[in-house]
Every structure is written in structure tokens, then in C-alpha cells.
Write a protein that binds this ligand. Structure first.
Ligand code: FES
Length: 160
């Protein structure tokens, strides 16, 4: 992240945030929309602007699962670990994906290509087991189809 450019972008978000105590979450949403996560410097800048401590901002940000405190990969893979998906093989699917892309749950590949995470429910339990690659939902996944899909993505034959 280019710090001067980023600082200016964060300032634009702050300037457009208006007044009132309820603006912290919308500001954080706008920053994450811009950078894909909440950079440490941005949190500091928000704290200075709103006159609240970075600790308070981190506590709000960590309350909402939506906020990312670390940069995420180009392909954000979210495997559902909800009950419907779990009983239909989500743990094995997660393991298979992890093997294929070489990234453990909760981690991002060094080349920033993949982030692999789990979530309590994607919201399409009828398609269990399900996963998301960025915003695209894939349902009725099997270990085999997951292996095929991620092997293809890795080879650049298919865009996730
Ligand atoms: S439990 Fe997996 S989508 Fe709901």
C-alpha cells in the first residue's frame, strides 16, 4: 500500500463521513471496500480523526466477522463449516482444498493468490456442502470436484 496515496484515500472517506457517533462502522466498511482489509495505518488515522483509540476501533472491527485486519488473497475461499455442510463432508473438502493450494485454514498464500477461511454458514444450506470463491457460491461440492476445481484454478485454466 502506497502510504501517501492511501492516507489521502482514507482522508477522503473521513471527510465524506459526516458527523455523529454512528459513523465508525460505515467508515470502516468504506476503507475495507477500498483496500480489501483494514490497514493498521488507516485504523490509526481514523482514530486520530474521530478522537478514539485504535484499541476501540480494533474492538469494533473484531466484533464483526466481515472486517479483515490482514490483507486477503486475490481468491478469497470461504468453506462453510455449518451443520448441513459439516455432515456432508465440509471438513474433508477443506482439507482437500488446503492440500491443492498449499494454504492452511485462516492463512493467505505468500503470493497473495489465495486466502482460505471457514464460515459458520454461507446461507445456502440446500446446496450443502458449499463454498465461496470471492462472491461466487459453489454448491454440492465434493472432495473430488473441489480437487478438480482448485487444480484447474491453480493451473490458470479457470478463473474462480
Ligand atoms: S450450513 Fe453450509 S450453507 Fe448453511
Amino acid at each position: 500500500m502506497d502510504s501517501e496515496v492511501a492516507k489521502k484515500q482514507v482522508q477522503e472517506i473521513l471527510d465524506a463521513s459526516g458527523d455523529g457517533d454512528a459513523r465508525l462502522v460505515p467508515i470502516l466498511l468504506a476503507i475495507q471496500a477500498k483496500f480489501g482489509y483494514l490497514p493498521q495505518d488507516a485504523i490509526k488515522q481514523v482514530g486520530e480523526y474521530l478522537k478514539i483509540s485504535p484499541g476501540e476501533i480494533y474492538s469494533v472491527a473484531s466484533f464483526y466477522a466481515h472486517f479483515k485486519l490482514k490483507p486477503i488473497g486475490k481468491r478469497h475461499i470461504t468453506v462453510c463449516r455449518g451443520t448441513a455442510c459439516h455432515i456432508r463432508g465440509a471438513p474433508q473438502i477443506l482439507e482437500e482444498i488446503s492440500k491443492v493450494i498449499g494454504v492452511k485454514e485462516g492463512e493467505t498464500s505468500e503470493d497473495m493468490e489465495y486466502t482460505l477461511e471457514t464460515v459458520a454458514c454461507i446461507g445456502c444450506c440446500a446446496l450443502a456442502p458449499a463454498l465461496k470463491i470471492n462472491e461466487a457460491v459453489h454448491g454440492n461440492v465434493t472432495t473430488r470436484s473441489a480437487r478438480t476445481m482448485f487444480t484447474a484454478i491453480k493451473k490458470g485454466e479457470k478463473r474462480g
